[in-house]
Design a protein around this ligand. Sequence first.
Ligand SMILES: NC(=O)c1ccc[n+]([C@@H]2O[C@H](COP(=O)([O-])OP(=O)(O)OC[C@H]3O[C@@H](n4cnc5c(N)ncnc54)[C@H](OP(=O)(O)O)[C@@H]3O)[C@@H](O)[C@H]2O)c1
Length: 273
Amino acid sequence: MQIGIIGTGQMGGMLARAFAQTAPDVVYIYNRSRVKAESVAADHTNIVICDQWQSLISRVDTVFLCTKVKDGLAFVQENGGLLRNNQLLVTTISSVDLDHWRTITAATPVKLIPSLTQTVARGVILLSYPRQMPQESSIALENRLGQIGQPCVVDEGQVRVCSDIASCGPAFLSTICQGWAQAAAQTGVVDRLTADKLIRDMLVGLAGLLEAGMSFDDVIRRIRVPGGVTERGIESMEDAPQRLFARLHAETTHFSSHGAHSSLPDSLSSSRA
Ligand SMILES: NC(=O)c1ccc[n+]([C@@H]2O[C@H](COP(=O)([O-])OP(=O)(O)OC[C@H]3O[C@@H](n4cnc5c(N)ncnc54)[C@H](OP(=O)(O)O)[C@@H]3O)[C@@H](O)[C@H]2O)c1
């Protein structure tokens, strides 16, 4: 698979480095401001900067479009017609309508939601395909993505909630961990740095257990001794975790469909109570 990446900011830059680190093949990149492309290519001899997007699309079979929404939509409107029907147009813009893109480009559009965890070649990469996705293309794409993470195919209607978990999830859990460290420091028996380090090392250990095949249930069962302090702590949470994430999913779904300046109406936020 010959890969070209248009837009090498946070996500495009991360994907370019991840692809370059996991295979010797050249990864072509193009960014609106060249300086960002140069910093991405700096440590990788197999990342090649194109001076124009036209030269990138002429060299690859899979174009990753990793711009912000407005720039990506403008790019496809203006240039989608120049892509070929044997190319994939994979975009990290989660709100695109794949059926609509089918009408403005001959390339097969695919939605891809990466996660910061691909920096370490781990974590979930969500994929959503249009109708009539050629099977050989999906196999080739998933094989290549499997080298930088865990591809997971979802329907377009599932993208928002699945992205909350797979892509935003590391930031959500990190926010919870910060709150936990702050609460631990407020007890006055540990300082914030110690609490941060303990939580971090605990999480790395938990990831190891999950990777070794344990389920969340296994972990809870092995630690929650009946009548013990863990059980007491879990009971103290009541249904707070579920309510917290019900509210979060409602908020992100509403934000995605109504835009940045709109917050969840009270009538839809009963889970806040
Ligand atoms: N950040 C995340 O964790 C995350 C996760 C999943 C999905 N996404 C989605 O991925 C997309 C990219 O996010 P990001 O955080 O990587 O954004 P970003 O850091 O702003 O990167 C976007 C890049 O696109 C470049 N660009 C804009 N228009 C271009 C054009 N016509 N041709 C070439 N390059 C162009 C910009 O160049 P300049 O240097 O000139 O600005 C910038 O480097 C967004 O749609 C976002 O919603 C992000």
